[in-house]
Ligand binder design. Structure first.
Ligand SMILES: Nc1ncnc2c1ncn2[C@@H]1O[C@H](COP(=O)(O)OP(=O)(O)OP(=O)(O)O)[C@@H](O)[C@H]1O
Ligand SMILES: [Mg+2]
Length: 563
């Protein structure tokens, strides 16, 4: 029960802005249900008037009958329109909010989820939640209204029949409780296997060249089939259970129907009931039994779809990044590590009690064997990861700030690997500075030694590049990523093997240009190549000996070539 209340309050919290659009269909559903019950009474009176050859009354009831059909048609149309509108409105808003919240989470926590899993939660699970709000809840209201109106109408016409229907009805609800628990389990399994399928598919498409080069087509298809088959089994399991429970629910429905039919038939035989009454009984008993059966389907649906709420809550409950309100606008910034320790896995230190000072405007090379923790160090400076102990500061002689999400505005970063977005070159560069003029974009491209090849492209900076820089060479993509960081004009610039695909001459040229930038950023350059070390003020080595020691960050003041 407590669990249900938590989810209800989650729904309330997330639908604050939609109270009006969600209430309107509920009111219309109630009107529709009452009018359909009224139709049963009208049809009874219509048949009675026909039997009694009362022409005036007959015309009146035919008019009312047609009128209520029109009302129902119009309301059905409006409701369909509102449902479509609400589905889009609410699912878009929930998705936008979730994307925003996900972006506020700590990268370290978030990176434990597969991107395919997160996108399933954002699409399929949000779809389920929207459906609860837009379809299931209005259906429940409509059924409840229909039930109450029909029960009172039947009570007015034939109290004994109303009682029978009312006693038979709850049988379906009791059955539905058993159904709900199992359904919830099936739905959780279906959503999880949907996540696995999507994650697998996403990776298979991203790595299509590897699949082709290693001739893995059959293997990949086989693995994908296994995942899809697993999902198929869960979906069919749910299907089978639904069929069994539907049949059980239908029995109580048909029993009620048969009783009403027999009652009316016997009444007509005895002359105690009219044909009109028989029509009304059958319609009304349907409307009392129907809602019970409908509720018996909808309530478990509501409970089981709460799996989707749980999956979204799980993402929302991840730890948030710390943000400070005010970070001074520095022109020049140094970085200071104070007894910093960090590990991904307990006691497998990447840095252990490391202290280090990088001065304002200094260019530092960070070197060390692969897998020693260079990128991790950059992530710590970016505040993407939190030290397990110790503190990292950025600032100048007068003021320092502890690293957090807000200090990121002082940092530009060129990550390892291809990080371009699909779109034009200029769109990619403007991600670094939205309002940059065309001239400024070209200037940044010149500094990154990218202008020479871009100016020869048919569409220049308006050339469209594909996902992850498809259409460019790796070295070209790297230079565009560097230009994006340069135009960001921040006091710190972090380059994580950002020039690894460039020839030595171009690499030196790019790094020289960076050193000569008018805003003189403090630079950390991660590199495996010695050429770059020449232009650095200092080289910091991450130790090669596997054992982690205190002061693992062993830095050597050196302008010499090392390694
Ligand atoms: N998200 C993670 N969870 C657990 N361990 C990780 C994670 N990311 C990296 N590691 C481990 O941390 C160590 C340091 O990784 P990191 O990427 O910082 O190395 P690197 O020095 O940048 O290597 P390279 O030169 O190959 O880029 C590696 O042993 C790696 O296996
Ligand atoms: Mg790395």
């Amino acid at each position: 029960m407590k669990e249900i209340l938590i989810k209800v309050s989650w729904l309330k919290e997330h639908t604050k802005g939609f109270v009006l659009v969600l209430t309107l269909p509920l009111i219309l559903e109630v009107i529709l249900s009452v009018s359909s019950v009224a139709m049963a009474i009208i049809s009874k009176n219509l048949i009675d008037a026909a039997e009694n050859k009362d022409k005036a009354l007959l015309i009146t009831y035919v008019g009312l009958f047609i009128g209520s059909i029109i009302i129902q048609l119009v309301l059905d149309g409006i409701l369909l329109y509102i449902r479509t509108h609400n589905t889009e409105l609410i699912s878009n808003k929930l998705r936008e909010n979730l994307l925003m919240r996900v972006n506020e989470k700590q990268w370290g926590k978030l990176s434990r989820y597969h991107s395919g899993d997160i996108s399933t939660r954002m699409t399929s699970d949000i779809g389920n939640i929207t459906s609860i709000l837009v379809n299931t809840i209005p259906d429940i209201v409509s059924l409840a209204a229909s039930l109450i109106a029909s029960f009172f109408a039947l009570l007015l016409l034939k109290p004994s029949l109303a009682m029978i229907a009312f006693i038979l009805g709850p049988i379906s609800l009791i059955l539905s409780r058993l159904y709900a628990r199992k359904l919830k389990k099936f739905n959780a399994n279906i959503q999880n296997s949907e996540s696995s399928c999507r994650s697998f598919l996403q990776e298979a498409i991203q790595n299509i060249t590897i699949i082709k080069t290693f001739c893995l087509e059959q293997f990949i298809n086989g693995e994908f089939k296994k995942l899809q088959d697993k999902k198929y089994r869960f979906v069919m399991g749910r299907g089978r259970m639904t069929i069994v429970s539907n049949s059980a629910l239908s029995i109580s429905y048909w029993v009620g129907y048969a009783i009403a039919f027999a009652w009316g038939a016997v009444g007509i035989f005895n002359g105690s009931e009219t044909f009109g009454a028989l029509t009304a009984f059958i319609q009304l008993i349907n409307k009392v039994q129907g809602p019970f059966t409908g509720l018996a389907y909808s309530l478990p649906q509501l409970i089981s779809s709460s799996t989707s709420i749980e999956r979204i809550m799980e993402l929302e409950n991840l730890e948030k990044e710390i943000k400070l309100d005010e970070i001074a606008d520095f022109t020049s910034v140094g970085i200071r590590f104070e007894n910093v320790s960090f590990f991904y896995e307990e006691n497998k230190y990447i840095v252990n009690d490391a202290s280090l000072q990088i001065e304002e405007g200094e260019t530092v090379a960070l070197i060390g064997p692969s897998g020693k923790g260079k990128t991790t160090l950059i992530r710590l400076i970016m505040g993407l990861l939190k030290p397990n102990s110790g503190t990292i500061y950025v600032g100048d002689k007068e003021k320092e700030f502890q690293i957090c999400a807000s200090t990121r505005k002082l940092i530009s970063y060129v990550p390892q690997g291809n990080t371009l977005f699909s779109g034009t070159i200029i769109e990619n560069i403007r991600m670094g500075c939205e309002e940059a003029s065309k001239d400024e974009v070209i200037e940044a491209l010149r500094s990154a030694c990218a202008w020479d090849f871009i100016k020869d492209l048919k569409n220049g900076i308006y050339t469209t590049i594909g996902e992850r820089g498809i259409g460019l060479s790796e070295g070209q993509a790297q230079r565009i990523a560097i230009a994006r960081a340069i135009i960001h004009k921040t006091p710190i610039l972090l380059l994580d093997e950002a020039t690894s695909a460039l020839d030595a001459q171009t690499e030196i040229q790019v790094l020289n240009n960076i050193q000569n930038l008018d805003y003189k950023p403090t630079c950390i350059i991660i590199t495996h190549r010695n050429t770059a070390l020449k232009i650095c003020d200092r080289v910091i080595t991450l130790e090669t000996e596997g054992i982690v020691e205190i002061g693992n960050l062993n830095y050597q003041a050196s302008n010499e070539e090392t390694g």
